[in-house]
Design a binder for this molecule. Structure first.
Ligand SMILES: [Zn+2]
Length: 256
């Protein structure tokens, strides 16, 4: 995106401007304040460390996974189909990726909470008890390679179309940023509807950072519900946090 900006891509400039105006409006109008999950959770000292670890991790992990994928493609172990495909074929590949990642992430995440794995692999990411966007990247490279390695593993096992790959990468980025955003944008009925209660929210993952236990899921609440690891008061807390919007974003954190 930066190189596109430097080369004067008009569409990218419009998106960047819209994003800046949106964030500016969100901050000045109180829209974001009213949706903050932990109103008093932000700490500059933690944020500064997250920037350092985030940049280090992105560089190291990007190099390792990028090199591994490039070599496997060169060896012909990973191939991507470029011909046109029916929508249901792309949807099928995407669902396979989605369900596979959710399962992979849940069980490895639970394993990462067992000592000494927690200290060596996962502790760095939990330095932030009130996540923000930078927390997404502030992960030990070992953990990042394990989690990010799923995409390579999936592409090794399933020969996908380029359209599916084009959906997978934004899903990873958007979900990672959303669940660590520190803000809840979802409606009150989210955990009540049979169609949506299976998908995690920012509050769901925020509580995992705040309390260290429970709510291990990466994309869905399915494994947490099946294994009894969803925090018992999560749904009540979610409603309390969402209800705060009506009170004009008064800084009252929901207590568990
Ligand atoms: Zn964790």
């Amino acid at each position: 995106m930066i190189s596109k900006l430097l080369h004067g891509d008009v569409t990218t400039w419009v998106w960047a401007l819209a994003l800046a105006v949106g964030i500016g409006w969100g901050v000045t109008s109180g829209f974001l304040k009213a949706r903050k999950i932990q109103p008093r959770g932000f700490k500059w000292s933690v944020f500064r460390n997250e920037i350092v670890f985030g940049v280090l991790n992105a560089t190291i992990t990007g190099f390792i996974l990028g090199t591994a994928r490039g070599k496997l493609e060169a060896m012909g172990w990973i191939t991507t189909l470029h011909e046109p495909a029916a929508w249901w074929r792309i949807a099928g590949e995407y669902v396979l990726y989605f369900v596979g990642f959710d399962t992979y992430f849940y069980w490895l995440h639970r394993w990462m909470h067992v000592e000494p794995v927690y200290t060596w692999v996962h502790k760095l990411h939990h330095r932030s008890t009130a996540p923000n966007l930078m927390t997404t990247l502030s992960v030990s490279p070992l953990e990042s390679v394990i989690n990010g390695g799923y995409v390579i593993l999936f592409l090794l096992l399933v020969t996908c179309h380029a359209q599916t790959v084009a959906l997978i990468l934004p899903t990873n980025i958007i979900m990672g940023l959303y669940v660590h955003s520190g803000y809840e944008f979802l409606p009150r009925w989210w955990n009540k509807s049979w169609a949506t209660k299976w998908f995690i929210s920012a509050t769901f993952h925020d509580q995992h950072h705040r309390y260290f236990t429970g709510n291990f899921g990466g994309y869905t609440t399915v494994w947490d519900r099946l294994c009894g690891t969803m925090r018992p008061k999560f749904e009540r807390d979610f409603e309390a946090i969402v209800d705060r919007r009506k009170q004009g974003g008064e800084a009252v954190a929901a207590e568990a």
